[in-house]
Ligand binder design. Sequence first.
Ligand code: MLZ
Length: 265
Amino acid sequence: FPEPFNWDAYLKETSSIPASPSCFRQSRVPPSNDFKAGMKVEAHDPRNPTSMCIATVMGTMGMRLRLRLDGSDSTNDFWRLVDSSDIQPVGTCERGGDMLQPPLGFRMNASSWPMFLLRTLSGAEVAPALAFKKEPPRPLHNHFKPGMKLEAVDKKNPYLICPATIGDVRGQEIFVMFDGWRGAFDYWCEYDSRDIFPVGWCQLTNHPLQPPGNSFTLPKSLIPALCSSGSSRRSMQSSYRLPHPLPPLPVRKGVRGRRPKSQTI
Ligand code: MLZ
């Protein structure tokens, strides 16, 4: 088994401090996840947030749910916390006098939506009202400061939560930088985003935490010393992608000593 990521050692190594839990719009005592795969919920369409749709819980991780809008394809799954205000029990919409909408990119003709909805819900297992938890209140102010560590959803790979650092703060917004990924996944978001968590959140909620990447930005002054010839184009760059530890080379007839083309996580 891979070693679980050790925040204590990492904070020491990087001589950094974690953002206080009071900075985040997350509950101090995480609620339980009482959802099960297959259950139906009502959810705002992430691509059309004013419309309320029917979604199926595809799976659960920690206190997050992987959701798929019924009638949409499998390529637009999204994740929500059990205490997200984007989800509610089936029947809530109708009780409020509203109508459930087909998702953006509904697979069928719009005229078949009422029948599709009827079929989708008949005999379906709906998530019990008690599984939906109240969204915690937002902290009154943005208390984040550059350099503070946190755990954050990688919006390009939203099943992942990864160690991150506050890179900048502007008013209500913060810049989330993913440790060891050289900026490729960084983003601005509001300080009260539900996609950011205090250090230790994953461990507390039993969610996997992706360890930091292995790309670092080195100070320019160190670069000449690390380049043997100093003449390559690469030597002009200020950051380096260090290789992953590679497995021992497979020795096979014909392809002796060849490494896999690339390694992605
Ligand atoms: N292995 C994939 C995902 C990287 C996820 C980074 N998260 C901050 C890649 O290399 O693109």
